[in-house]
Design a protein around this ligand. Structure first.
Ligand code: SIN
Ligand code: FE
Length: 291
């Protein structure tokens, strides 16, 4: 079973000795959730109004691209949009600070990707099985292939109503991969080129991405697996933060409202122990290169 390890960090730019930094990296790479119970993303007074209004467009999250300053997935306009964008930019900066202090040993290899604000209560959320994050799964991106990159995510529970965010953390990646290995289908020849030409993917989908998407779907669609698979219940209180490689750690979000999330990408070869990457684990099981 995956573990949750706590670190006493209460500042977004903490000074930690090299040994603590290395133990955080080891925990993350081996598939633990790094829980920072004292790390609160403190909201500004003007941001509090964002938690009372209907901000969402049709998607389940509002997303922000720090590099471009681009905001998507919201119908909000005017000053409300401005405050929303500024809050997300502030979270992006805070998590960039945090990771440069906590994961400085990755020496500039960690790249900041999308920021998201998740304002919908998970319980009762209407969605398709594929988008239903309350079913155990591992993450991969259908339109932005990972190739040889890992997905690291930083979350903060910012619920002003003080409700915890409840997750289930499932079995280790290798067990998940072994469970589904025999059922995974190879991509159709030429399909990755077609997906890219049609604009369905931004870059060429690697075989690795193809299998990760299948794992994601197989897990979510498999009701028997969802009932039988072992998991640990984890509760992240409002005012806490956590980090996790969500391409490795089987997870499900069961309840809670109002989280901020920042995605980072890390090349597999920049890891301290690349053999722990899902890419390398799948390659080991399939006995060939996949990206
Ligand atoms: C997920 O990545 O599956 C959802 C996590 C969350 O929103 O808490
Ligand atoms: Fe997920």
């Amino acid at each position: 079973m995956s573990h949750v390890v706590n670190f006493a960090v209460s500042d977004w730019a903490p000074r930690l000795d090299a040994e603590t930094q290395a133990s955080i990296i080891d925990a993350l790479e081996s598939g633990d959730v790094v829980f920072l119970p004292q790390l609160e993303f403190v909201l500004e007074e003007k941001e509090r109004t964002l938690f009372q209004s209907a901000l969402l467009g049709r998607s389940k999250n509002i997303s922000f691209l720090p590099a471009k300053g681009e905001l998507k997935g919201t119908d909000s306009i005017g000053s409300e949009r401005h405050v929303l964008q500024a809050m997300m930019a502030r979270f992006a900066r805070a998590t960039a600070d945090l990771t440069s202090h906590l994961l400085g040993l990755y020496a500039g290899e960690l790249k900041q990707a999308r920021t998201s604000f998740r304002p919908v209560e998970i319980v009762g959320r209407q969605t398709s099985w594929r988008k239903d994050d309350s079913r155990l799964h591992v993450d991969n991106f259908p339109s932005s292939p990972c190739g040889t990159q890992r997905i690291l995510r930083v979350f903060s529970n910012v619920d002003p109503g003080n409700h915890p965010r409840h997750w289930r953390v499932g079995e280790p990646f290798e067990s998940v991969a072994r469970h589904y290995l025999k059922t995974l289908k190879a991509p159709l020849p030429g399909s990755s080129r077609v997906l890219q030409t049609l604009g369905i993917t931004k870059t060429r989908r690697s075989e690795y991405d193809h299998y990760m998407l299948q794992l994601h779907d197989r897990m979510k669609a498999d009701t028997a697996y969802q009932q039988r698979a072992g998991y640990t219940d984890v509760s992240f209180p409002s005012g806490s933060s956590w980090m996790v490689f969500t391409d490795h750690v089987s997870h499900a979000a069961m309840a809670g409202q109002f989280a901020l999330e920042q995605t980072f990408m890390l090349p597999v070869d920049a890891m301290h122990t690349p053999s722990q990457a899902p890419l390398r684990i799948l390659e080991g099981l399939m006995q060939r290169r996949l990206a």
